[in-house]
Design a protein around this ligand. Structure first.
Ligand SMILES: Nc1nc2c(ncn2[C@@H]2O[C@H](COP(=O)(O)OP(=O)(O)OP(=O)(O)O)[C@@H](O)[C@H]2O)c(=O)[nH]1
Ligand SMILES: [Mg+2]
Length: 278
């Protein structure tokens, strides 16, 4: 059973529980490649009494057909949702529009009371590596938060004033103590929300190859010059041979090959692939 719930995550949740009272809005970031697996039940619970905007990040890496279906599902069943590339300025307008929609009631109430329009205090939450700090930098127009392509980069909460109408709270990425569904754990591992160092990647690669054979067969076969359908174990050996990932005695290095294909997926060499079906 895969688990990754280090002490800093439990601490971060506690801090969020304290801060939730201070905020008007929560922006919950969802990885567009794994919309089901990246919903953190803890964060849903935490923001149950708040207005929530769901923002799918990494839309540029996800399968566009499935993304449209997922987005519709979220908008119909979960809450206002949009999909973005968090690195691109184009998302600023869309986010601000949604903030205004969700805060309309608050603006009106404040106006009735004769209060001046105050800034919307917004907490940005989500699983590790989903793009929270990147989005804050994009909204701010400069690098105020540290980002990096691995989970666990942000260690503590940090407020940033975007402009007179928006304050953002960056938070550390958090997971939850137990993954009931093995698929969820696999998807979090493949996309890089769980630290690479905690598992052997061979089982993850088997899961991934199986998934690709079912849904993105050509992406897999073209990338690694495969020709015949075989078992996932044999496919992994073929890939190792084709890549010349061999030990001195010419046996295939399965460990290295496993991590390599997962990294290739993360870096888009296999195309736009979504791991949660709808
Ligand atoms: N392609 C693509 N990459 C993105 C997007 N958003 C973030 N990234 C990349 O994803 C990686 C993680 O981004 P961060 O902003 O550090 O993620 P975080 O959610 O703050 O992560 P933690 O602080 O570890 O919880 C970085 O390499 C970003 O450049 C996106 O929409 N598209
Ligand atoms: Mg961060």
């Amino acid at each position: 059973m895969i688990q990754w719930y280090p002490g800093h995550m439990a601490k971060a949740i506690k801090e969020m529980e304290n801060n939730i009272k201070l905020v008007d809005l929560v922006i919950n970031l969802i990885d567009a490649r794994i919309p089901f697996s990246s919903i953190n039940p803890k964060l849903k619970e935490l923001s149950s009494n708040k207005k929530v905007l769901y923002v799918f990040t990494k839309q540029d890496k996800a399968d566009p057909v499935l993304s449209n279906k997922w987005l519709k599902y979220f908008n119909d069943n979960i809450g206002l949702s949009i999909s973005i590339d968090a690195r691109n300025n184009k998302c600023i307008k869309d986010i601000m529009k949604c903030v205004d929609i969700l805060m309309k009631d608050k603006y009106e109430k404040d106006a009735k009371k004769g209060l001046k329009k105050r800034s919307v205090k917004t907490m940005i939450v989500g699983i590790p590596n989903v793009g929270k700090s990147t989005l804050i930098n994009t909204l701010c127009g400069k690098k105020v938060a540290k980002t990096g392509d691995k989970p666990g980069v942000t260690k503590s909460e940090q407020w940033t004033r975007i402009n007179d109408s928006l304050d953002l709270l960056d938070t550390p990425g958090v997971l939850w103590p137990k993954f009931d569904d093995e698929k969820v754990a696999m998807n979090l591992l493949i996309t890089g929300a769980i630290k690479d160092e905690i598992v052997s990647h061979i089982d993850v690669a088997y899961y991934f190859i199986d998934y690709l054979m079912n849904y993105y067969h050509d992406s897999l076969f073209n990338r690694y010059h495969l020709s015949t359908d075989k078992s996932k174990e044999e496919i992994l050996i073929d890939i190792a041979n084709n890549l010349h990932f061999l030990f001195i005695d010419k046996t295939p290095d399965i460990d290295k090959t496993s991590l390599y294909i997962i990294q290739e997926y993360r870096n888009m060499y296999l195309g736009r692939i979504t791991l949660d079906r709808i």
